[in-house]
Design a protein around this ligand. Structure first.
Ligand SMILES: Nc1ncnc2c1ncn2[C@@H]1O[C@H](COP(=O)(O)OP(=O)(O)OP(=O)(O)O)[C@@H](O)[C@H]1O
Ligand SMILES: [Mg+2]
Length: 280
């Protein structure tokens, strides 16, 4: 199931990717990412989700992977950009948040240094401008911007705080598109819910589009406007979250739905019910 390009679209892709001489990992995937939307990309391990993300970000190893098609963003085909041109876009117009926040941060550098470096990568100004941008970025992800916090090393933070720091870096330059690749998969369920809420708040307050990648259909329901289901390198279903979750059209989506964990209901016998009612 594929899409044709249309107005209000930030990025329009038609993409096939192959590693070496193995069969295509992505097979003529056609997806549009609309301005300001949260698009979920769901599929099981190995379906090609990260390959798609890496292609959008120009991070596919050109020696190993060959990509065909086009990824058009604001009039430019990202597949045809040179690395130098990509470096100006990555971290500014296109941002990425990955799964393991503690390994994505540099363990040897204080948070303040890492946030400042992220700012200076795409902006110039006085030290006061930089400090101000760092403070605003931390506030946007509801972290303290106190000296005590800024002096911390990654190992002195919780994994949820580390993920917020990475999100602060990613949104610092107000990207048009944030790609979150399994960004909540390594978190406990409460922290996961908090980070999902944060993504949604940032999407609403800044208008940035989010491509939210997950193997977990249950986690995307609360955050995405639309969901695309990727199966063996092809989009088999694409629709609003409500359509996909309430009236899935493809057999594979139905299988994913059936595999979603259900909260077990306590089994109460009719006699126990009567006893409980009598005890009230
Ligand atoms: N650099 C590479 N060289 C060769 N094959 C690769 C490379 N990267 C990924 N692949 C293969 O491409 C397929 C898709 O991998 P990809 O990482 O895109 O899947 P995914 O949907 O992100 O999976 P996961 O949910 O486990 O992250 C897999 O079969 C994988 O083994
Ligand atoms: Mg992946």
């Amino acid at each position: 199931m594929n899409e044709t390009p249309q107005a209000g679209v930030l990025l329009s892709m038609r993409l096939s990717v192959r590693y070496g001489d193995r069969p295509d990992v992505l097979r003529d995937v056609q997806v549009n990412i609309r301005r300001g939307e949260v698009l979920g990309l769901v599929g099981q391990s190995g379906s090609g989700k990260s390959t798609l993300a890496m292609a959008v970000l120009g991070l596919l190893d050109r020696k190993q992977a060959s990509a065909e098609g086009s990824i058009v963003c604001e009039g430019r085909d990202l597949l045809r950009l040179r690395e130098k041109e990509f470096r100006a876009l990555r971290g500014r117009k296109l941002a990425l948040v990955l799964q393991s926040p503690l390994s994505a941060l540099n363990p040897a550098l204080k948070i303040r240094t890492q946030l400042k470096e992220a700012w200076r990568a795409h902006a110039s100004g006085t030290p006061a401008d930089c400090n101000n941008a760092v403070r605003l970025a931390l506030e946007s992800v509801t972290l303290p911007s106190t000296d005590d916090f800024l002096r911390k090393y990654p190992s002195q933070m919780s994994v949820g705080q580390a993920q917020r720091v990475l999100i602060a870096m990613a949104v610092m330059h107000r990207p048009a598109l944030l790609i979150a690749d399994e960004a909540t998969s390594a978190l406990d369920i409460i922290t996961q819910a908090e980070i999902l809420t944060l993504f949604r708040q940032l999407n609403r307050s800044t208008g940035m589009a989010i491509l939210y990648i997950s193997h977990d259909l249950a986690s995307v329901g609360g955050i995405c406007d639309r969901i695309a289901i990727l199966h063996q390198g092809q989009i088999v279903e694409l629709g609003t979250t409500e359509q996909v979750l309430t009236t899935p059209q493809h057999e594979y989506t139905r299988r994913l739905m059936a595999a979603m964990p259900k909260i077990p209901q306590p089994q109460i016998s009719p006699q126990e019910k009567t006893e409980a009612a009598a005890a009230k």
